[in-house]
Design a protein around this ligand. Structure first.
Ligand SMILES: C[S@@+](CC[C@H](N)C(=O)[O-])C[C@H]1O[C@@H](n2cnc3c(N)ncnc32)[C@H](O)[C@@H]1O
Length: 256
């Protein structure tokens, strides 16, 4: 009974902060933009296949696994003994699909290391900020042969900053410092492992096929990579994400 209440309470908090709505939005946009998204998804999968082609057994963690759209899951099942899917929430459809798969383990975890709960609970921005400044790196209390961070890095700061901004009305300087801290913690965590990072790096606003604005989405230095790739993801061609423009992302993939 106590456990059920705890899970319910946790879902209430992440719903309040917008995480469940955002995850549902991903799958809706995926079907709306099917062909455009598939190019990006195939690029993600190819990069992961290249990074793992010499792997034999062991444990892989997938951070931001969500709907598993961008993960070559069948391929990874052949390569690894254990696949840990780590996300703040796992869609019920994905849990049902893989619940009897003995290689796959689901972990519900806030990869900002508690900042989401703190943001929801905080009565003042200062409460949150004290916690942020003391925040430590995520500790998953187990080792991994490979950690894959998949289309997550800037989601960590964007979703949380959107919530903080609506709750506390913060200025751009404060928001930028929060973004930097969150991203730096994530990169520092990844650097402890053999890691693969795939992330949006620039947001491109498009009007009549030309770029009208470019926005940087990375607030810290990315690690030196042994393999690297980059491509454009046609994210929204229906002006849903921005009312006036279509949106694309420049995506970077690195292994280190
Ligand atoms: C853009 S999606 C990545 C795509 C995903 N692989 C898929 O196929 O759905 C970002 C994922 O990161 C998760 N996420 C966002 N913030 C998180 C956090 N603080 N901790 C853990 N997961 C988070 C979201 O729930 C979502 O599933």
């Amino acid at each position: 009974m106590a456990l059920i209440s705890f899970v319910k309470l946790w879902r209430r908090k992440i719903r309040k902060a917008g995480y469940l709505k955002d995850q549902n939005g991903i799958i809706k946009r995926y079907y709306r933009e099917f062909d455009n998204w598939n190019l990006h998804i195939e690029n993600c999968k190819s990069f992961i296949v290249n990074v793992t082609h010499e792997s034999h057994g062991g444990k892989v963690a997938i951070l931001g696994s969500g709907w598993l759209l961008d993960i070559p899951i069948k391929y990874l099942e052949q390569k690894f003994d254990e696949i840990w899917l780590i996300d703040i929430n796992h869609p019920i459809q994905i849990k049902r699909k893989y619940e009897n798969n003995r290689k796959i383990r689901f972990v519900n975890y806030d990869l900002t290391n508690g900042l989401v709960e703190k943001a929801v609970n905080a009565n003042t921005f200062n409460d949150f900020n004290i916690f942020l400044n003391k925040s430590e790196l995520v500790n998953l209390e187990t080792d991994f042969d490979l950690v894959i961070s998949i289309n997550l890095l800037n989601q960590l700061d964007i979703l949380l900053c959107d919530y903080l901004q609506s709750k506390f009305k913060l200025n751009i300087t404060v928001l930028t410092a929060i973004r930097k801290r969150i991203q730096q913690n994530h990169i520092d965590f990844l650097k402890k492992y053999n890691a693969c990072l795939i992330t949006d790096s620039m947001e491109l606003l498009i009007d009549d096929n030309s770029i009208v604005e470019e926005k940087n989405l990375i607030y810290c230095e990315l690690p030196k990579a042994t393999q690297i790739d980059s491509w454009i993801w046609l994210f929204d061609t229906n002006k849903y994400y921005h009312v006036k423009y279509n949106t694309s992302f420049r995506v970077k993939a690195l292994s280190f």
